[in-house]
Design a protein around this ligand. Sequence first.
Ligand SMILES: [Zn+2]
Length: 361
Amino acid sequence: MDTEQLIRDVVKSVMDKLKRDRQAAGAASPSGSAPVLSAVRGDLSQLKRTDKKIVCGISVRHIHLCSEHLDILFGKGYTLNVLRDLYNPGYACKEALTLVGPKLNAIQNVRILGPLRNKTQVELAKTDCIILGIDAPVRPSGETSGSASVVLIGPKGAVYLNEGVIRANRHMHLSGEDADFFGIKDNQVVDVRVGGPKGLTFNNVQVRVAPYFKSELHVDTDDGNAADIVNGTMVEIVDASCVSPISVTMADKDHTPPSIPDGSFSGEMADTNLLGNICALSTGQPCRKGQTAATLQASAGGGLGAFTMVAASAAKKIVITMENLDNYAQTGIEVSSNVILSPLARDEAVARGIKITYLSK
Ligand SMILES: [Zn+2]
């Protein structure tokens, strides 16, 4: 047997097969964009016939512009340039903008998605909103009335957008065919389950059905990162299981977005107002201003219920940041296992000559 000939034949048949597969994938994606993903999605179209699985697309922060704002930001008569087509109708543009919020932090290179719309709409994740210092509501796309403000900065001008910043609700696009197959209707709300080590179930996923849609779950980057999913991850539609909706109890009545003053992470219970409000929820009485962590701890000892326990566990740590450094100007700072001194606050304290004592455990 001619081994060399055999190897040549095998290599040739493999190469031919790869070529045929490539052509097939290309045909499924006439735009030629993202061939790898299209190929993956093409294969997965076989899978969805046997279960309620659909592909996931992560919506990175982006902007839809109206023509009036396009003129201001890029100059009169400017037209957007296509960078690549999206999986569902629409395209990413080469053009991007800078966003600035009341904290004067900027987020650069925020992609514009085409085509133009009647109203400018900015879609962000919660983390983006925290950086900018705005509080954008969760809305279906297009429902921007009374939503958050931001400043858009382009190469030729800037726009103060009074309303139009939202966090897009979790939603999925379904082709008519898949909707029929799954037995799901337009505007129905479903749950979506994600597997893997960070697996979770997304509730309140709005279904949008149109014949020209390709089936795809859309979540923002915060949701995507929480579940450790990327573009192309397969997720499973499950029936909406929240038969009795849980109302959201907010300790922070003003709903102020958490701040990241100096590198300490969002969600740290550093906000004394928030602690105060949790306290008020637990005792039914307004918190006295300046009520300390120790008092909260003491009230927890009195057995006042679940909320107090939350407050107590939150109050175990005292967080010292740049913002409350003044309180320690006279006394100095004693760092024990119950005290978190943020790195910036520590540097500032050293610079201002505030004494820091590290207590051993
Ligand atoms: Zn979408």
